[in-house]
Design a protein around this ligand. Structure first.
Ligand code: SF4
Length: 332
């Protein structure tokens, strides 16, 4: 047993397209195409990448909101991707989610008290109305909402407050891992920072693991321990926050970072502008999937697929540049 809280091994999720077969060449959207990573207790791993890179599909597959095509999802040493709904029930409690749009994920006809009581009842975590009321109050305290919020409806709150209700609902089943799927993307900048600070405090106080799925690298830099960068259904680089933001070793990471504003006055980042559109995940490019947009492409990239491998301690990247002599490698 590895000791990781969550392990994802060679996960694939292909969606059949009309007239095609899953797994058949050209016959499926390869939304996730061989993704592996782990998350430890108390750790934040962020998955970043452009829209459509497959990062949200990874989250939904872990949550069992969809069946996977192949691969494994292992929680605390037990494989959960192939469990029946009945066997999955106690494991479902341990992974919760906060979605981007708290308004559409909260039932508008339920008061906050009932929204928070529902998971407590479902998982048998509070017996009787008195115990439920006490626990609802504690959850509101935890996300820094007033106790009288319990008797109000979701539409009576601001976007940031609704997201706090969503976080309280995710905390109710006492999970080990929370998947935050673009959880702060729709919020104003100042509110975004407050919600991120709240998530960090909860992680520290409760020992939660967070899988933070986001396209917003400025927020990710502020709050993550490690980062996995996805492109066209695959992880192209995975490393500690310091290494990703300080010494990226994949040209795609480099390009994503070059578009992020630098917070320190006077500091600058070399700018790399990506050319061309993201290719179709139905028929991804041969060799390196990024070769049609990579500013450093060379012949080998078009025919041979690079695989993730250690570049330095705590840093893996999938790029042929690292086989070149250092003086020929622009990312050395
Ligand atoms: Fe660019 Fe080649 Fe590296 Fe792919 S393998 S990222 S095309 S240099």
């Amino acid at each position: 047993m590895s000791g990781h809280l969550l392990e994802v091994n060679d996960l694939k999720k292909h969606f059949p397209v009309r007239g095609g077969m899953v797994g058949g060449k050209g016959g499926a959207i390869r939304a996730v195409d061989g993704v592996s990573f782990s998350v430890d207790r108390g750790e934040t791993l962020s998955i970043v990448g452009e829209s459509g890179c497959g990062k949200s599909t990874v989250g939904r597959a872990i949550l069992r909101l969809m069946d996977v095509t192949s691969g494994q999802v292992v929680l605390d040493g037990t494989r959960i991707d192939d469990m029946s709904a009945g066997s999955m029930r106690p494991w479902r409690r341990r992974i919760q989610v906060v979605f981007q749009d708290p308004f559409s994920s909260l039932n508008p006809r339920m008061k906050v008290r009932d929204i928070l009581a529902e998971p407590l009842r479902n998982f048998g975590l509070a017996r009787g109305s008195k115990a439920t009321e006490v626990r609802v109050g504690e959850l509101l305290d935890t996300v820094r909402l007033p106790r009288d919020a319990a008797s109000r409806f979701p539409h009576e709150f601001s976007g940031g407050q609704r997201q706090r209700i969503g976080i309280a609902r995710a905390l109710a089943p006492e999970p080990d891992l929370i998947i935050c799927d673009e959880a702060v993307s729709a919020l104003d900048v100042s509110v975004k920072a407050q919600v991120v600070n709240l998530l960090q405090d909860l992680q520290r106080d409760l020992g939660l693991a967070l899988l933070f799925i986001s396209h917003d690298l400025a927020i990710v830099e502020h709050m993550t321990h490690r980062v996995a960068v996805m492109y066209l259904g695959q992880i192209v680089e995975i490393a500690t926050r310091t290494k990703i933001f300080g010494q990226p070793k994949h040209p795609y990471t480099f390009a994503l970072l070059s578009a992020v504003p630098v917070p320190q006055p006077g500091a600058s980042r070399t700018r790399v502008v990506l050319s061309g559109d993201v290719p179709s995940p139905i028929n991804p490019p041969s060799g390196c999937r990024f070769h049609t947009r990579c500013p450093f492409v060379f012949d080998r990239c078009k025919v041979e697929e690079p695989h993730l491998r250690a570049i330095s301690p705590g840093q893996e990247a999938a790029c042929h540049l690292h086989d070149l002599p250092a003086e020929q490698n622009p990312l050395a």
